[in-house]
Design a binder for this molecule. Structure first.
Ligand code: NDP
Ligand code: MG
Length: 390
């Protein structure tokens, strides 16, 4: 039976890996929607090759180019935020959520409303609106399967286990581009330096977030929201080799570790084939050759994001949206050369101080309320950056 699949963020790093897995067995799938942003060439060529129903660019100004590229192929073209949501409303059995940033939330929610299985790479939506996503899935009989490698690892380690038996989870982190830099050099780090990851090839934004560990901070919230763990149950360990992705500790003292190469095709393929395990073209590890695995605790002074996130987890509610919104704005500021690498944490810290003085954490959560929390956080981040500029 062919499965209907849609891929949101098809032109990105996760999107390309997802397309690669689908290409291995194209007759097994019918591609409904493929979406992208500015990369019209790769969006159109994938849509034509896989005979998608529709290709959507997030950018209104690129609709004409997309139409031109798809002219005469029978693939529909559309553009803009609402078009992304409309594409998510088209019936599909499996939808990959791999847009980067908060923009992934509305189409992800819409896919869940259709009862689709949502393969969730877009961690920002779980961070900003975890309770809303989980509730929407529950109400519509939909499933969310994590694609973030650590969360896929936890998901797999929990298979067949009782949640009450879990004592703790350990999420590993490579330490990012600056793990060995002297601390005093971090304030001079450039976006190019931050965007070079020691182990994983990924999109630019998540790679910089790995250097600052904002990525790991987002993943702590993602684990809390997705699995329902408390902040105290979730630990972070630096693991330079990026081969152990996460460990689940049970009350009998056992630790179940997920070990595999740093290759996102594993987590994507697992989410695609779940509950089956199918052949995947990933490297098979030669442990004798690897010889040893190293673990160490992260230094709080190097990674302030890991300290800040604990306050966000304690506040709950819309604090996640505020955290993510200010982080995204601060990252834009760093990429534009407005603020330093080390200022990103200062911008987010200011937002967290605000979370404790207003009542955003307690608002009833809807898509609109989350959008508002995100908007307020971005405005405030601009103000903080203006102050830092000045
Ligand atoms: P990329 O930057 O490589 O790709 C992002 C995708 O989103 C592209 O298709 C891009 O289009 C599209 N896009 C960008 N902005 C918008 C927007 N405003 N609206 C709609 N679409 C947009 O990112 P990654 O593939 O690395 O990451 C995607 C998501 O997966 C992120 O949430 C990330 O945190 C998560 N993730 C990624 C991992 C990885 O290994 N890469 C690992 C774990 C999680 P275009 O390029 O055409 O402009
Ligand atoms: Mg991850």
């Amino acid at each position: 039976m062919t499965r209907r699949v849609s891929i949101f963020g098809a032109t990105g790093s996760i999107g390309a890996n997802t397309l690669g897995i689908i290409r291995e067995e194209p007759e097994a799938y019918r591609v409904v929607a493929l979406t992208g942003g500015r990369n019209i060439k790769s969006l159109a060529s994938a849509a034509i090759e896989l005979n998608a129903e529709i290709a959507v660019t997030a950018c209104d100004d690129l609709l004409e180019s997309l139409r031109d590229a798809l002219c005469g192929t029978g693939v529909e073209a559309a553009a803009g935020e609402q078009a992304l949501i409309d594409a998510a409303a088209r019936p599909a059995d499996w939808t990959m959520s791999a847009i980067v940033g908060f923009a992934g939330l509305p189409p992800g929610l819409c896919a869940l409303e259709q009862g689709a299985t949502l393969a969730l790479a877009n961690k920002e939506s779980m961070v900003a609106a975890g309770p809303l996503l989980i509730d929407t899935a529950r109400r519509n009989g939909a499933r969310i399967i994590p694609v973030d490698s650590e969360h896929s690892a936890i998901f797999q380690a929990l298979n067949g286990e009782k949640m009450q038996a879990v004592e703790r989870v350990i999420i590993t982190a490579s330490g990012g581009a600056f793990r060995d830099w002297p601390l005093e050099a971090l304030s001079e780090a450039t976006p190019e330096q931050a965007a070079s990851h020691p182990n994983w090839p990924m999109g630019q934004r998540i790679t910089i977030d790995s250097a600052s560990m904002f990525n790991k901070a987002l993943e702590l919230i993602e684990a809390k929201e997705f699995f329902g763990f408390s902040s105290e149950q979730i630990e972070v360990l630096i693991h330079r080799e990026s081969l152990v992705h996460a460990l689940v500790g049970f009350r009998d003292g056992a630790l179940m570790a997920h070990v595999g190469p740093p290759d996102m095709r594993h987590a994507i393929g697992y989410a695609l084939h779940h509950p089956e395990r199918s052949h995947l073209p990933v490297e098979r590890l030669d442990l004798a050759k690897i010889g040893q695995l190293n673990f160490q605790s992260p230094e709080p002074g190097r990674y302030p994001a890991l300290v800040l996130v604990r306050e966000v987890m304690a506040a709950g509610g819309h604090a996640g949206a505020a955290f993510n919104g200010s982080k995204e704005a601060a990252l834009d500021g760093f990429l534009e050369g407005r603020i330093r690498f080390t200022d990103m944490a200062r911008v987010v810290e200011r937002e967290i101080e605000n979370i404790s003085v207003d009542d955003r954490a307690k608002w009833t959560m809807t898509l609109e309320s989350v959008r508002e929390a995100d908007r307020v956080a971005r405005v405030r981040a601009q103000e903080t950056m203006d102050a830092l500029d000045g």
